[in-house]
Unconditional design. Structure first.
Length: 433
């Protein structure tokens, strides 16, 4: 069989779309696997969230050229959508195509046609038609329910790379979940670019909470996890589903970005620090064991010492289980890149380090709360632990708690009961039951 490889950078949406492209290539007679010198075709699915990821994408294409000098190289994804010429001039690149073009690879494989095939995504009215039957090398499956974003935050280029918010039809989401459950996946992660906007572009009256309720009703998925949800889109109906249904993960990932109202305003975020705080405290009161993760940016243009201190104090006093901290990275084409008061890079990093220390303490404390308790885990990684044939398995609980167990048998993709016995460096150590 003809051999191909797909290399993916960036978010869960890209990972889902790469899985869908893999299915297309396999239906066309390709064996899709790891990158090797015998690959006839290599697809690079790029990310463009920062200028650094653009550079990373270009380096990956050059590496493919070195490893597979005779392969056709296709470049797609958000970086290709924003600036296709960045890749079309690279040696060995045969095709550059956009995010909407991912839904039909067959015509791109033809020898004729333009080298660059990137449509105007701002004019896209529907999600690309993408389906997967499996998720190679994953124990949890991602399902794309939505793409695009209407927010246009000052630091973000993604609306230009993904277009306006468009939703997958509820019936198609249900069918996709049913397919993956039949393939043996216990956990389904609902993902997209801005999933809190789900359904607002559809004629059917369904929002994110309604979609989750529909999946619970019409599928046997053992565990449903939500991707990132904006704080202002965490409806009471959605929170009630997490509280009342044991099949919805007690875990939310919520972008905070800053604990300073003035910084949030410059970022063009549409909530205040007090609104965020009240929302988090209400969630934790309704379900104390909920895993809560935040995104924070340090060193946004103009961020003063006092503004950063507001963020630090807020995080020190809020309950959460983990934190993703990003020193601000300027991205050309965004409003923030043109702002005055750019914070020195070293100061951005120093502030990020301070917040990461707070986050580690929060993670450790949250993990210790589970010692002596039983939790359900999907394992996703392994390493050989000793010469006796025991393997060290790593996975996540419904609360998005990192869990480690040692055993001889593969846990597969199923939910496994684990009794937590100890906690070390934010990781729960336990035994499977």
């Amino acid at each position: 069989m003809r051999k191909a490889a797909i290399l993916t950078l960036g978010c869960k949406a890209n990972q889902f779309e790469s899985a869908a492209m893999q299915g297309q290539l396999e239906s066309l007679g390709f064996q899709v696997g790891d990158l090797g010198h015998d690959c006839e075709l290599v697809v690079v699915n790029t990310c463009t969230v920062t200028g650094a990821t653009d550079t990373q994408s270009r380096k990956l294409v050059r590496r493919v050229r070195r490893v597979c000098p005779n392969a056709r190289i296709f470049v797609t994804g958000c970086a290709a959508q924003i600036d296709p010429s960045m890749f079309s001039d690279l040696s060995g690149v045969t095709r550059v195509f956009g995010n909407m073009e991912k839904q039909r690879l067959e015509p791109l494989l033809a020898s004729d046609g333009p080298r660059i095939q990137v449509s105007n995504i701002a004019q896209a009215e529907h999600c690309p038609t993408l389906e997967i039957s499996g998720f190679a090398h994953h124990s949890r499956a991602f399902v794309q329910i939505q793409t695009g974003c209407n927010n246009f935050c000052a630091y973000c280029i993604i609306p230009y790379a993904r277009g306006r918010s468009r939703s997958v039809l509820p019936s198609d989401v249900v069918t996709q979940v049913q397919t993956l459950v039949a393939a043996g996946f216990a956990e389904i992660v609902l993902t997209g670019i801005h999933i809190g906007q789900y359904g607002k572009d559809l004629s059917a009256q369904v929002d994110l909470a309604g979609l989750v309720a529909l999946i619970l009703q019409r599928t046997s998925a053992a565990r449903i996890r939500l991707g990132s949800v904006e704080p202002q889109e965490l409806s009471q109906a959605l929170i009630d589903l997490i509280v009342t249904s044991p099949r919805v993960c007690p875990h939310l990932h919520i972008p905070l970005q800053s604990g300073s109202d003035s910084v949030l305003q410059r970022m063009k975020r549409t909530y205040t620090a007090d609104f965020f705080r009240d929302k988090i405290l209400a969630i934790r009161q309704a379900l104390p064991a909920t895993g809560l993760g935040f995104d924070v940016i340090t060193g946004f243009p103009g961020e003063t010492t006092a503004e950063f201190e507001q963020t630090r104090v807020m995080l020190a006093t809020l309950p959460f289980s983990y934190l993703h901290v990003f020193p601000y990275s300027s991205r050309s084409g965004t409003d923030a890149a043109q702002m005055t008061g750019q914070v020195p890079v070293e100061l951005r990093r120093e502030r990020a380090s301070i917040l990461r220390e707070i986050a580690q303490e929060k993670t450790d404390a949250f993990t210790r709360e589970f010692i002596g308790k039983e939790i359900e885990v999907v394992f996703h990684a392994r390493e050989v632990a000793d010469a006796g044939g025991n393997t060290r398995w790593r996975g996540v609980s419904g609360e998005y708690l990192e869990v480690e167990c040692v055993g001889k048998d593969s846990p597969g993709r199923h939910l496994r009961r684990v009794q937590v016995q100890d906690a070390v460096a934010g990781c729960a150590l336990g035994i499977t039951l």
